[in-house]
Design a protein around this ligand. Sequence first.
Ligand code: SF4
Length: 937
Amino acid sequence: MSHDPATLNVTPIENFPRPETWDQVELLDAKAWPRREKKSYMLVPTTCFNCEAACGLVAYVDKSDLSIKKLEGNPFHPGSRGRNCAKGPATLNQVNDTARVLYPMRRVGPRGSGKWERVSWDHVLDTFAAQIRRALVEGRKTEVMYHVGRPGHDGYMDRVLQSWGVDGHNSHTNVCSGAARLGYALWTGADRPSPDHENAKFILLLSSHLETGHYFNPHAQRIIDGKLKGAKLCTVDVRLSNTASMSDWWLAPYPGTEALLLLSFAHVLLHEGLYDREFLEEWVNWRDYLAWAHPGEPATFERFIESLKVRYAYAAPDKAAEECGVDAKTIVEVARAIGAAKRAFASHVWRNAASGNEGGWQVARCLQFVGVLVGAVGAKGGTNMNVQDKFVPAPFVKPPPQQVWNELLYPREWPLSHHELSFLLPHFLKDGRGKLAAYFTRVYNPVWTNPDGMVWEEVLRDEAKVELHAALTPTWSETAQYADYVLPMGVGAERHDIQSQETHAAQWIGFRQPVRRVAMERMGKPVEFTWQANPGEVWEEDEFWIELSWRIDADGSLGIRKWYESPYRKGEKITVTEYYRWIFENSVPGLPEAAAREGLTPLDYMRRHGAFLVKEGTWEVHMKAADAAGAAQRGEGTLEKDGKPVAIVASGAPRAGFNTPSKRCEIFSKTMVDWGWPEYATPEYITSHVHRGRFDHAKGEYVLVPTFRLPTLIHTRSANSKWLYELSNTNPVWIHPEDAARIGVETLDLVRVSTRIGHFVNKVWVTEGVRPGVVACSHHLGRWRLFENVAQDTYAMPLVRREELAPGQYRFRRIEGIRPFASSDPDSGRIWWSDGGVHQNLTFPVQPDPVSGMHCWHQAVKVERAHAGDLHGDVVVDTTKSMAVYHEWLAKARPVQGPLRRPLHFARAVKPAPEAYKLEAYKIEAYKIEAGKLQGS
Ligand code: SF4
């Protein structure tokens, strides 16, 4: 594949140096002006680590002192094509941050007391190796846990954990995308969508993709490309986001009614005959649907359509208009425009309504229903499955799947969750479901990012529940301050990873690399470990896990060591360079040939280019020819082996189909019936926990939408970036003028926003950019620090005092806002902002959706003028109430009865062996819940 900009469908940046010249690039030194002095740089590509999109970056390494002078977009990267958001170049702030953790630190005194001492990496590795080895030898394979916020790699940790034989991968997914994943997976087996925006004729977004969405920058540029080619854009959002403002239609339904709005589009498509009969007949399991809905009746396609019309009569535009608060004529207009786009209908929901509401997973399912009706699945300009647009190369050896099942990750109450019930970990531990011998949080800040952060704090302080905790992090965080060890890890320009994302109809890989190390090696300065090229003793995680695994099993008796022996030097420990060298030489189709054409090895090619386009035009993979030898045809076009569909006959030949039990898109899900939710066998509208009927505005009751991203920040991952906080440093509560008048507040007045477990006090912004009856607050600000000189990002973290008002009742009160400070960076003395925002997530109880397990972020709140004595930034929480709310939601789930813990065809993070799925192997003694608690006492 060529990496010429012309084939990447992007206008070449004419003055950008070609990769073959990157060893020696001369630029005028801006600081020398008016003298025209040239400086020499080596350009080294890497991959941004400041959100999930994995955009390409190019670092300008000053050859005189090996410092990184700037980071900008890599025009030869297939996903981002040279464009970045503000967070990419701001990586430089994180590299040079004057408060960064440069050495491993061990706590002194009790957890959370804010006292630390520097220790050696040898001490850290030996301590954790001994603790993990002990747990493994004693068979405690569910007590070692790696909890990741931002992975940034594909498969590396799966391999590490499986080499240890533990079921210990935890993630952030169920506070992010778990609901949408279930909704999508039920249709095609793929739990993420990949819309082909640039070829679409109609784009429907339930998000703010042009400014913040998932795969933000790669998608945003392609949405604009699509618009420039004439595509219509419709945005569904309660806020007038920048995306909504660029749209042909902005629909702001009542929060929680989005699934019904989507079903009303489906209603119009069905009644006006705007559906794609050819696609539906061939690729949807409508016969299974009829057999379930109308047993014994003739299975004709006409009967199927008639049945759907009856089933979704409740979603007629006039009825939906009333429930959703969107004009019926607009619903019909948008639906017809979708119908006119036919298969070129691209759509996306990720967080937004899916992650806000009980039943939010049905939002994704109903959105995909609309796409299925117009035949847009996998089509050019339609919505592909993520697995077709992402390429994950295999490592040199892969350990077998683990034989154990960890109930702290996938408890039996949520057999269909996507994925780990990560945000309930402290609640499970408090309920006595287990303990952790070794716990790694990695770029993960649950005390701040998750709901119910004070329960996290309580558990992380408890050495009986969490025996040993290391925070692997590039920056200090609210969570790191409760760890036993804080281990500094590299940012995007200081580490290796391979990352691929489904940004468009293509497959590519990006190579994240430590740019100073690469520059040093090119200049003939050998580097054994990446930390030697990084500031202080900042490690990269790949090397950390190799070293740790080696020490866990130094003599090889546990069978772990062999997975870390070099494929090039028998019996010796693998290096990180060898790890990636093997992958590039053996696992990436076309890469060795592309490298050879440039006279490079595959590794050198990736070090030089930073990315590789594996395949383009990945549409219609379900039409791929299938090997159906020995299969028998059942009914209409289904080819079966051993009673299971293996292929579909379409266009006269056996086809691969979709990764579902029927190999078709499943409008009817037998999985839902078999796993305890027959009422949701088909896409339906579920009434949200924040349905508007539950609010009396006269009493100050509203729904709080707390999930929107800011373009410039991402949770706490973008911490310690002075440029970003200069752009965004306050998160007021958005409130409509009607509601502001009712409450009696104006912009900048303080309000008290009360949830079921506490309240926060913040400023308001009165704006018509939010739906009346809804208040909204971004969750990307409101950091805090407890100590003057520890655990800080002084550009964004106000100093607070944490007070225990009564057992389980806490108040955080701001002592000092953001202010200029002295440091070796003169910019720290130029800080002009003081707010920093207010933390809201601490006041949210956990609300796990009974089916998807997703935390339902939207909150039923009371909004009122701040009380006498309230101060801006106050946060008050009662954890005794929060545990009661958790048990209430727990009781809504339907525990699986067996024989399996989870459908085998469902994806699972780091999938165990099939034997581990069997419920009879379930260890009841590790899972004690008191009956009274289950009733929500
Ligand atoms: S969109 Fe994400 S990956 Fe791309 S530059 Fe911005 S933060 Fe980095």
